[in-house]
Write a protein that binds this ligand. Sequence first.
Ligand SMILES: Cc1cc2nc3c(=O)[nH]c(=O)nc-3n(C[C@H](O)[C@H](O)[C@H](O)COP(=O)(O)OP(=O)(O)OC[C@H]3O[C@@H](n4cnc5c(N)ncnc54)[C@H](O)[C@@H]3O)c2cc1C
Length: 421
Amino acid sequence: MDFPVYDVIVIGAGASGLMCARECARAGKKTLLLEKNPAPARKILASGNGRCNLTNSRVSPAFYQGDPKLISLTLEKFTFQNCLDYFAALGVLTTEEEQGRVFPATGKSTAIADSLRLAVGEAGVEIQTDAEVIRIKRNKTFAVFTKAGNIFQSHRVVLACGSCAYPQLSGTQSGYQLAKSLGHSIVEPRPALSALCIRETALSRLTGIRSQVRLQVYQTERVLDQAEGEVLFTHYGLNGPAALNVSSCVSRALKNGNVSLTLNFFPQLKDPQRFLQQRMAVFPNRRPKDFLVGILHESIANLLIDFIGLRKNIPLSEQSPHALQRLVQIPCAWPLTVTAVRPWNEAMAATGGVNTREINYNTFESLRCPGLYITGELLNIDGKSGGFNLHFAWASGFIAAQAVSEEKTYGRHRQKNNQLK
Ligand SMILES: Cc1cc2nc3c(=O)[nH]c(=O)nc-3n(C[C@H](O)[C@H](O)[C@H](O)COP(=O)(O)OP(=O)(O)OC[C@H]3O[C@@H](n4cnc5c(N)ncnc54)[C@H](O)[C@@H]3O)c2cc1C
């Protein structure tokens, strides 16, 4: 039977797949983009609370977890400025907000999703929605099978299926299964950019309160990660940017044992313990609650006073030396225990995915299956909150498309990649 033969089939019309398909078609490749959903770009539309934080002016390897060499090469090839220029050329006006976060100036993610959708069409990409790929067979060419019973052939395939995070918005295991079937190994995916469940139930007294903190993650007394910013206290534990930003590390560490955290409520101070000691000398006759007036949210102060074991109606000068010592230490390093990271349906990304040692660092071509390319969040690379995940999705899709378009071959690049490792 004769099936249509494409130069390249891109599987997944998310951030990475749309970028990749457009660039392949612009380079003159006969390109088919297959998407399992009725419409493309579902996560782009939901991203950044519907505003799409598409990149970040601070983009650098420090904001990513995963293979450092692959990350730095990717960010060198597709920089922050490249990203801005790319979307400007698509006709999107962007604006930079605090901490380098870039959004479309319309304040709506539709600006990005619709511009990409139009550009993909204008470039001549053939797009099929409701087309879930369930199997790929590699012979001389690739045969791509959809759930609906269609079969397509192509010389190259790009897997841009994303991760299993946020299944209600297209997150699926499908990409891992397809990659496995073509010889890849998978680093077990775990929820990232997700809130933290905390054992200390007294924390629920703070539900709804926000605070600026410095947060440190420990395992067996080793600092694994840290973040500074806002946390939101919830009935189960901690949400907010600072908690989300350590969640990838916490997720991975939890499989090795207990994970603890400390919260410092004075991230703006260089030496907060010294600050509290000096304050004690200024206000020796204040009761604990009054001592903390003006520097801590009242509810946080009350909870810490209970935790420290201070006698509430006694001035500091009459408290025990041990309690006073704890009053200096605990607000700067309040110890908490993490029991879990919130589940997949709350996780904005996955840590884990296709093993990047099996990917050509320069082209995103598979080292296991020549002609196959793997991009975006399907790979074992994840970024912090702030536009870093979308940046990596665009970058990897763009670089893979260049390689497909230049017809770089596996053999020629294998040697180069080995030198990099
Ligand atoms: C709620 C939310 C908010 C976010 N906000 C931001 C943000 O503001 N900034 C940021 O940088 N990141 C954000 N992210 C993360 C970011 O959206 C992802 O990292 C990014 O979309 C990954 O791009 P991708 O192309 O790899 O995967 P996706 O965008 O997930 O695209 C994968 C596509 O492949 C399709 N697919 C999967 N399997 C198959 C198959 N077998 N056959 C056919 N199609 C298939 C899926 O339906 C999907 O359309 C957010 C994520 C979520 C969930």
